[in-house]
Design a protein around this ligand. Sequence first.
Ligand SMILES: *Cc1c(COP(=O)(O)O)cnc(C)c1O
Length: 357
Amino acid sequence: MRVYNFSAGPSMLPLPVLEQAQREMLDYNGSGMSITEMSHRGKVFMEVNAEANALLRELMGIPEDYAVLFVQGGASQQFAAVPLNLLVNGKADYIVTGNFASKAYEEGLKYGDMAIAASSKEAGYTYIPDVDKISFRPGIDYVHITTNNTIFGTRYTSFPSPEAPLAADMSSNILSEPVDVKKFGLIYAGAQKNVAPAGLTIVIVKRSLLGHASPVCPTMLNYAVQDKNDSMYNTPPCFPIYIAMLVFRWLKNLGGVSEMEKINREKAALLYDFIDNSGFYINKVNKKDRSLMNVPFVTASPELDAKFVKEAANAGLVSLKGHRLVGGMRASIYNAMPIEGVKALIEFMKKFALENK
Ligand SMILES: *Cc1c(COP(=O)(O)O)cnc(C)c1O
């Protein structure tokens, strides 16, 4: 019996993808081997790698002059890789809208003269600063943003347009709604929220920005090296790349990212409308900036929150405990969460509210 899993990450994968992976586990495509057992340089895996790359380009409309890299180390590794690759003048600006954005900034400080151009920390990260009002320092190499704030449940609905390239952590909302890749110099995302099992990190980078890596940049983190080697400088994360390919096929069959966005908007609207009208649950995020992927909420007390999380789990609605930094609950409703899961959660919330008023 599968539960509805609201985990923030690693999180749900589409059921048809898991079923196909299960069917193919012992013998991938007539090779007589599992995809996990074969050489990454063999024809069979090379085709998987190429298809995953091509599908991601198609789904996101990634222009030819951008490299698409499949690397390891998670989004957190990119907090260092970004400055190590992109700093030329030695300085960059960060917009700090949550815990991961703050970590990216802290890591960046090791490599250059970094500044916080705007932050929503003073309000508990419950909103996204007005991007049109932010001024950036002259001569910076990039502006770093976090497009969806997984812990606090906010997302950018428009992006700043500085002169310097925009570098974005899209770990928790990549492929959830269309983005114009041309607006960004660099996009990165850990795969374990919307794409694949943990172990794969996607990097999309404009090739004209490559070639300036710091002399101390580890070879493995050097985007130009990864690009030149088709992400096969060393052994890539083969199994997550294969699952990513299946997820990309699933997304394409569904109608692509704009179709996915419609479903995501419908799911999020159901949940937010219910919360706002419940008189029992509260979401503190500025309405305009609410995430389509992560929905934090609280009841009147931490004791009641704990009771909610426990009883929900017993009802097959799991991993609803909020991040330790904010407490309460958080429903992560990534691409793979079916609308039925959101409806089941709302039914449970109604019942719980009646019983605990
Ligand atoms: C999960 C997450 C991270 C951390 O990802 P790792 O792959 O575990 O390093 C970073 N940024 C955002 C926005 C995230 O949601």
